[in-house]
Ligand binder design. Structure first.
Ligand code: AMP
Ligand code: ZN
Length: 114
């Protein structure tokens, strides 16, 4: 999608602090971190949000979460954990319409979200 911010990051048109990349996903630090560790894992395939996920992409999401937990451990969050989040659409607080997993760690997070 030509007007999608995260597609532009994937294409290298916008810089990001990359943590991991392969043929189907990219992980990078959030530009506005909400915790000491805050990164995003995104599919290279443009999917608007989790509500539009097709069954054929279900295993892709599994691999994104698996990579997210691997990276969370590498970032030192194995012992204390953190939060793996997908915001969807307006009520979920989604601001970038390209499916992404947030990982937040390094501090104790409140629940429920405000
Ligand atoms: P969401 O609100 O769930 O859609 O999350 C979008 C996230 O993308 C927010 O946490 C933003 O801080 C983050 N973000 C926006 N632009 C960039 C960027 N250029 N590089 C890294 N993260 C970004
Ligand atoms: Zn996109």
């Amino acid at each position: 999608m030509s007007d999608c911010l995260f597609c532009k990051i994937i294409a290298g048109e916008i810089q990001s602090k990359k943590i991991y990349e392969d043929n189907e996903m990219l992980a990078f630090y959030d530009i506005n971190p909400m915790a000491p560790v805050h990164f995003l894992v995104i599919p290279k395939k443009h999917i608007n949000n989790l509500l539009e996920l097709k069954e054929e992409d279900a295993s892709l999401i599994g691999r994104l979460f698996h990579k997210a937990q691997e990276l969370a451990k590498k970032e030192g969050c194995e012992e204390k954990g953190g939060r793996f989040v997908i915001n969807a659409k307006k009520d979920g607080g989604q601001t970038v319409d390209h499916l992404h997993i947030h990982f937040l760690g390094g501090r104790t997070l409140g629940w429920p979200p405000g």
